[in-house]
Design a protein around this ligand. Structure first.
Ligand SMILES: [Zn+2]
Length: 404
């Protein structure tokens, strides 16, 4: 299976300039290609193929307007074209209903929050004996290796985030580490009041370190809004917001790693509701922080299940999980969100809204969970620290199944 490993990079001054140039060239190639395709579409011409675009990039290097494209690795430019192809493919697949709908590819801006360039094996990048990352036309960049790579990577992406930090992101082939089989199975309901509720009755809130980071981010955003436009203080406040953003994202990822590892270790089968059908698809929630967090978390569950030999089920919702009694299966209609606990009119079970939903998710996946656990149970168990994905000092650990 392929996993992504990320490490913090510390480029020096000239290397930062070279990277800025590479980001710029990748962006220009992307935008030129997008414009070519958009112009063709507007003129009623057929879709311009990648081969034609690729030839155009090579030709552009010998024009005075684009001669500077030759200053960066050709692989970076070709990969940028491939990114555009991926963006188009996702867009078309969305239109065909193969995946959630998304917007058409958009032009990139130097003001974007994230900049990426990618080097494949063709680019002859390497890890030096001294542990630096040697990149063509950029140099040997210092890396903070916070964990070992399980095997030699073939591709590396260099990313600069909104907080101005650099990361090297490797795609690595790894063998699964099959854990001993066990009997536990679990359904998970992701929610707003609680991050997750498990069919065994466990209720999980965001940990304090994440809530604290979110609070700091809010404060930084408030400070920024109070600063006068164009002032030096506003610039400083904006950098503070970007840093707080990055720290919140790291804290959230850390929490997702801990929780997903714990759930996968403790259960043979895991079922989650497909988020696309969680009734969010067309709502404002679909774009919210919650929805993004859930989908990152579900992605982790999925790849960790594959990695540790567990079964992962994504269930399409057949019936509203909160309207069906998980004990007797009778559907007794919608209940306002304010109602957290109710008594089933058919069998008399006292049901907790969230646990009931989690049990229904498990049952929909064909997992044999005991429905009686959906009944009200006091107390909650906090998420514990897991071993995988624990990151310190800029390590981001595994972040998901790469789409490369
Ligand atoms: Zn019932």
């Amino acid at each position: 299976m392929r996993l992504r490993y990320s490490f913090r990079l510390y480029p020096n001054g000239p290397q930062r300039s070279a990277l800025a140039r590479a980001f710029g060239c990748a962006r220009v190639v992307y935008n030129d290609a997008l414009r070519t395709r958009e112009d063709a579409r507007a003129a009623g011409l057929p879709f311009v193929s990648s081969a034609v675009l690729s030839t155009a990039v090579t030709a552009a290097k010998s024009t005075p307007q684009r001669a500077w494209l030759a200053e960066v690795s050709a692989v970076v430019l070709q990969q940028s074209l491939r990114d555009l192809d991926t963006a188009y493919r996702n867009f078309f697949d969305g239109l065909k209903g193969k995946r959630p709908r998304m917007g058409a590819p958009r032009f990139k801006s130097r003001k974007d929050n994230r900049h990426t360039v990618r080097f494949t094996a063709n680019a002859r990048w390497k890890i030096t004996p001294g542990g630096d990352l040697s990149l063509p036309k950029i140099g040997d960049v210092r890396v903070k290796w916070s964990r070992a790579l399980p095997s030699a990577p073939s591709t590396v992406a260099v990313v600069k985030d909104a907080a101005g930090r650099y990361f090297a992101s490797f795609v690595v082939e790894t063998d699964p580490e099959i854990l001993p089989a066990m009997d536990n199975v679990v359904g998970i309901d992701l929610g707003l009041t609680r991050f997750a509720v498990l069919s065994d009755g466990t209720k999980i809130d965001s940990p304090r370190f994440l809530r604290r980071a979110e609070k700091k981010l809010k404060r930084a955003q408030r400070d920024l809004s109070r600063k006068a436009k164009g002032s030096a203080n506003r610039v400083k406040a904006r950098i503070k917001v970007a840093r707080a953003h990055a720290r919140t994202a790291d804290a959230r990822r850390e929490f997702h790693h801990q929780l997903s590892t714990k759930i996968i270790r403790e259960n043979q089968s895991v079922a989650v509701e497909d988020l696309a059908v969680k009734g969010l698809a067309r709502t404002r929630m679909a774009k919210s922080v919650h929805a993004a967090g859930w989908s990152a978390f579900v992605t982790m569950l999925e790849y960790k299940a594959a990695k540790f030999g567990r079964t992962f089920h994504r269930i399409a919702r057949f019936e509203p999980t909160s309207q069906v009694c998980s004990v007797c299966g009778v559907k007794d209609g919608p209940k306002p969100l304010g109602i957290r606990v109710w008594t089933c009119t058919a069998c008399g079970a006292v049901l907790d809204r969230d646990i009931n939903a989690a049990v229904n998710v498990a049952k929909a996946a064909g997992l044999a969970v005991t429905a009686c656990r959906a009944r009200v149970r006091p107390g909650r168990v906090p998420a514990q620290r897991g071993e995988a994905g624990t990151h310190r000092d800029g390590q981001m650990a595994v972040v998901g199944i790469p789409s490369l």
